[in-house]
Design a protein around this ligand. Structure first.
Ligand code: ADP
Ligand code: MG
Length: 711
């Protein structure tokens, strides 16, 4: 479409993409400053600010025809805003008279700011109003109308109008005016997408897509626009995902060219370790070890994600990898998301690796200076072979003699940058990431294109699935007698509370009061409390008491979520289960059923959340039912994907993925798959993007790379 067909020829092409927004009409230095903080400096930036939603202003009526009780849209002139009345407790009523050629309507506001209204809608200006018409003393009235100032240069035609994210001091009409002036520059937008791809998906050109995202056609479908499903939206979203996939795929390709360490299987320590294990490895574990060893033997640094359900025995597999590095005289860093977990890993490692006599150190932030100094010195001389720790492992003063392998437990708490920071402490060390949050394969491939994936699908033998049921407040007595019986038969119980308030203090109060309540209910039992506010020695000593069965019921906030291993614990009670996500529920449930005892998980919730006729609670019900009905983490992950969508499932931020500007992975998953396929095809025929028809593509891709590594 030519620009003049869009009625924009009056700008005569003066405004270019690089034009600073500051010099647009109605902007000026002050507003430009606000815009700059939103990342908008040029017309190009402004065009990339997409509408938050759209308003249907296609069907206008007149003051005369507007009917009471119906939402009406009118266009006319507004008179002066004045104070009509001040009633008791100083509630002010503001009024203005609106008229079009057919008649008038009184506009009313309660407790609004008169100066704001006066300056936003000066008397005599042309406005569009939207709201319900009612009658008051025989007059047509519209209370709290939605209003749009119609600017002089914008001959208003009834249409679908974009609505942008407003900011304080940056009201809607200013944003609309900004975009309105920027629109002509869309004709200069280069289209980086190869024509073949564009034609294949019947996508519009980029310039038209962006133009129509801001200025929809009357024939567009309103719902599609609001949900970013219009073909114009899809086109822009596709671009973003396509460049993301090009980035992920090329990163992977570059890595396989890197040269790292080729470990050799010497069987000196690994074999001894295998003999010393109190159990036989499952076939799945053997298979995983084989895959990992194959990577480690290769020249390119390993980059592998080991995923397996809670309790599937990933830790042991991780130790096999560690020992291979150690028998090749390299050091290993094992990183855990929390101190409790780091300490637990240390104990397991000390226990399992006792026979090997390997020096293992724990590096956390709660060490004294002299303890820390000693550990650091042992790391730099190479005396310490395995160091286990939390984020403390990243610090600059942590220097290794020869770091050969980095193992990261629980992928989701670590970002890409942290992964890179730790890797840089060795000369291209191998990387193994363990995660208990299974990611559906399609999604994993799209996101962790730079990681290879091994999956452990079966649990070690002898585990019986945890019986899971929902309990309501009314059934608590029954639950408590069940808990009592279980304790008397030698079992132990977790009671987990969600974080409810923003404030740690209030959460602690909840935890304390639950503990008190349980102490009263079970006067002859030992009830302990574990929460995030405790120092790590305190947490430690409580966990120790629990492991030694000196605590029967352990009340805890979600600090125990990942990885804690007390095989004698047989019941997990999750309070306010409706507040937890599916994967969190699954993780928590995974804390029981780890030993011989028959285990149970109780999801405590309020009756109201189970009421099927309330739509708002549907997803809660789906979640709770899913967790009751299946114990397979992969099936739960798929279910989670369908309930929440992949974006939330991955927790984009935590997972260290770039946050997208337009794409929403839960909504645009299909587009992501298409984008990936296209990126694969292109890279297969032109890995360096050097063909002339890919010049524009390469420029854009390089821009994306910069953006991705900066974010
Ligand atoms: P994950 O880290 O995958 O959640 P862990 O490695 O903590 O699981 O293993 C859970 C428990 O199962 C641990 O107590 C571990 O010693 C035990 N275990 C691991 N592999 C086996 C096996 N092959 N047979 C029996 N028990 C095993
Ligand atoms: Mg684990």
């Amino acid at each position: 479409m030519e620009p003049d067909q869009r009625g924009l020829n009056n700008h005569k092409g003066k405004i270019t993409l690089d034009f600073p927004v500051q010099y647009l009409k109605g902007i000026g230095p002050k507003i430009a400053g606000i815009l700059r903080r939103q990342g908008i400096e040029t017309v190009r930036d402004a065009l990339h600010m997409f509408p938050r939603t759209y308003e249907d202003l296609r069907t206008t009526t007149t003051a005369e025809k507007a009917e009471a009780g119906k939402e009406s849209i009118l266009i006319g002139t507004i008179g002066p805003v004045r104070i009509a009345n001040t009633i008791r407790n100083r509630r002010t009523i503001l009024e203005a008279f609106f008229n079009d050629t057919s008649g008038g309507v009184t506009l009313k506001w309660f407790n609004a700011r008169i100066d704001y209204l006066k300056s936003s809608f000066p008397a005599g200006s042309k406005v569009l109003i939207k709201g319900d018409i009612s009658f008051f003393r025989g007059m047509k009235v519209m209370i709290h109308p939605k209003m749009k100032l119609l600017t002089d240069d914008e001959e208003f035609l009834p249409k679908i109008s974009p609505v942008y994210i407003e900011h304080e001091k940056l009201p809607q009409f200013r944003l609309q005016k900004l975009i309105h002036q920027s629109l002509p520059a869309t004709k200069d937008l280069e289209d980086p997408l190869p024509d073949g791809i564009r034609e294949k998906f019947k996508f519009p050109r980029l310039c038209d897509a962006i133009f129509h995202v801001h200025s929809p056609l009357n024939s567009d479908n309103l719902d599609d626009l609001i949900n970013s499903r219009s073909i114009n939206h899809k086109r822009v979203i596709f671009d973003e995902l396509f460049f993301f996939e090009l980035f992920v795929l090329t990163t992977r390709a570059n890595r396989t060219k890197e040269s790292g360490i080729s470990f050799q299987i010497k069987k000196s320590i690994t074999e001894k370790f295998k003999q010393s294990l109190p159990f036989t490895l499952t076939t799945a574990q053997e298979e995983a070890i084989r895959e990992i060893y194959k990577d480690m033997q290769g020249v390119a640094p390993m980059h592998r994600l080991l995923q397996g359900d809670v309790g599937s025995g990933k830790t042991v597999v991780g130790f096999f990898a560690a020992l291979l590095a150690i028998e090749n005289d390299f050091q290993v860093a094992l990183m855990a998301p929390t101190e409790i977990l780091a300490e637990q890993h240390l104990k397991v490692a000390q226990n399992l690796l006792q026979a090997t006599g390997i020096n293992i150190a724990l590096l956390t932030s709660s060490l004294t200076n002299s303890e820390r100094r000693e550990i650091l010195s042992n790391l730099s001389t190479g005396k310490t072979r395995i160091v286990i720790g939390t984020h403390a492992l990243f610090q600059d003063d942590v220097i290794f003699k020869n770091l050969g392998l980095v193992i990261i437990d629980e992928q989701h708490r670590f970002g890409v940058e942290q992964r890179v920071a730790l890797k840089q402490k060795g000369i291209s060390p191998d990387l193994l990431v363990l995660t208990a949050t299974p990611i559906p394969r399609t999604l994993a491939l799209s996101f962790y294109g730079d990681l290879d994936i091994t999956t452990i699908r079966t649990l070690p033998p002898g585990r019986s699935p945890v019986r899971t049921s929902i309990v309501t407040e009314e059934e608590k007595d029954e639950l408590y007698s069940f808990l009592k019986k279980e304790i008397e038969m030698g079992g132990q119980i977790y009671v987990v509370l969600p974080l409810i308030e923003e404030s740690e203090k209030v959460d602690l109060k909840n935890a304390v009061s639950t503990t008190e309540l349980l102490k009263k209910r079970f006067p002859d039992k030992n009830v302990g409390l574990l929460h995030g506010g405790l120092r790590s020695e305190e947490k430690d000593s409580i966990m120790d008491l629990f492991k030694r069965r000196e605590i029967d019921i352990l009340v805890s906030t979600t600090v125990i979520e990942v990885g804690v291993d007390v095989p004698n614990a047989s019941i997990m009670v999750i309070e306010n289960a409706e507040r937890f996500g599916l994967s969190q529920l699954h993780q928590l449930r995974g804390r029981v059923g780890r030993g011989e005892r028959k285990s149970y998980c109780f999801l405590a919730t309020e009756k109201k959340y189970l009421n099927r006729s309330i739509d708002a609670f549907k997803t809660i019900q789906r979640r709770l039912n899913a967790i009751v009905n299946t114990t397979d983490g992969f099936r739960l992950a798929e279910e989670d994907l369908s309930i929440r969508g992949p974006g939330e499932l991955l927790g984009t931020k935590q997972a260290g993925l770039p946050t997208f500007r337009y794409a929403d992975i839960s909504r645009d998953f299909e587009l992501l798959t298409l984008a990936r396929d296209e990126a694969l095809t292109i890279l297969k025929e032109d890995p360096g993007l050097n063909k002339p028809e890919h010049t524009k593509l390469k420029t854009e891709w390089e821009r994306f790379k910069k953006y991705a590594s900066a974010s």
